[in-house]
Design a protein around this ligand. Structure first.
Ligand code: ZN
Length: 314
């Protein structure tokens, strides 16, 4: 049997675990809602429980180490989760050391978006490239940068907070407290908020029909656009333009071989692609215009697969 790693993806909503082999295949998988308000100790117990679960699914697989992608900001070199806004009561938690002591296995900790970037680079849409930018567009916008075959960490591993680059001076206030962040104008939440603002409950619009007269989400906009709804198509064009502006910045900054787009909003990649490309053609300098922008391939498992590979292919 090929070597396997125990992999975890620790987010503010879900905690996922898997046994992953060297080919990037999931041999076992389990998940539960993260006890995000219960503090680090409770979550460590959840991690232990999920580890038992996946190991029972493949009893003859012996993991050689643990790879964990967790909500940032975190310091991957020191193995410390610094202060994730989505995990209550976590402050400078030495999660790497805690899990190493608990499992008696080597542990690699990485920012969840970086782990997903590594997954897509080694096993997904970025295979065979040496420089890549991964952007996940869902509730927020996150990402990771592979430069010359290495993840870009920067000081304390905090590089590539793509969602918080400022791209305008007018927007709703960002989750980070800032104004004009990429995330504040182009995330799935931002798309849903705009759709909610231009429709109203009971107006008979396709968007409100899909949301059952409640708040419209980014997913509803994609669905309505797919059905040909004009308001949704306008919102999608605007979304594609913001994404194109953000991606143009990423092309100029990192000169990747490819930009890989993941996250919930990438379900509408085919609808967004045209405007993204047109915006890049219009705004990027000539030398950057032919860089492909492609949808992610590994879906929600990218982080688990990438985290495992930190152990299996260090
Ligand atoms: Zn921000």
């Amino acid at each position: 049997m090929s070597r396997v790693a125990l992999a975890f993806d620790l987010g503010g909503t879900d905690l996922r675990a898997a046994l992953v082999d060297e080919a990037g295949a999931l041999l076992a998988f389990a998940s539960m809602p993260t006890e995000a308000r219960a503090g680090p100790q409770a979550v460590v117990e959840q991690i232990v429980a999920l580890a038992l679960d996946v190991r029972e699914q493949v009893p003859d697989a012996t993991p050689v180490g643990i790879g964990i992608g967790a909500a940032g900001p975190l310091d991957p070199i020191a193995g410390i989760v610094i202060a994730p806004p989505t995990l209550f009561g976590w402050r400078d938690v030495p999660l790497g050391q805690i899990l190493q002591d608990r499992f008696n296995l080597p542990v690699k900790l990485e920012n969840d978006a970086n782990a997903a970037a590594i997954g897509e680079w080694r096993y997904g849409a970025g295979r065979g490239t040496s420089s890549l930018v991964f952007v996940t567009v869902s509730t927020g916008i996150g990402g990771g940068v592979i430069a010359n075959g290495r993840i870009l960490h920067g000081r304390r591993g905090l590089a590539a907070e793509i969602g918080h680059m400022t791209i305008t001076d007018h927007s709703e206030r960002c989750f980070c407290g800032g104004i004009g962040c990429f995330e504040a104008v182009a995330s799935g939440s931002a798309l849903g908020t705009k759709a909610t603002a231009i429709t109203r409950s009971g107006d008979g619009s396709a968007l409100r029909a899909l949301s059952r007269d409640s708040d419209v989400t980014g997913r509803h906009v994609i669905e309505a656009a797919r059905g040909g709804d004009e308001t949704a198509l306008i919102l999608i064009a605007e979304e594609g333009r913001w994404l194109g502006i953000g991606f143009t910045n990423l092309l100029h900054l990192y000169s990747p071989d490819v930009i890989v787009m993941g996250g919930g909003i990438s379900a509408g990649f085919d609808l967004l692609e045209g405007t993204i490309r047109a915006t890049i053609r219009e705004r990027a300098m000539t030398a950057y215009r032919d860089v492909p922008v492609v949808p992610a391939e590994l879906g929600s498992h990218a982080g688990l697969i990438g985290a495992a590979s930190l152990v299996l292919r260090p």
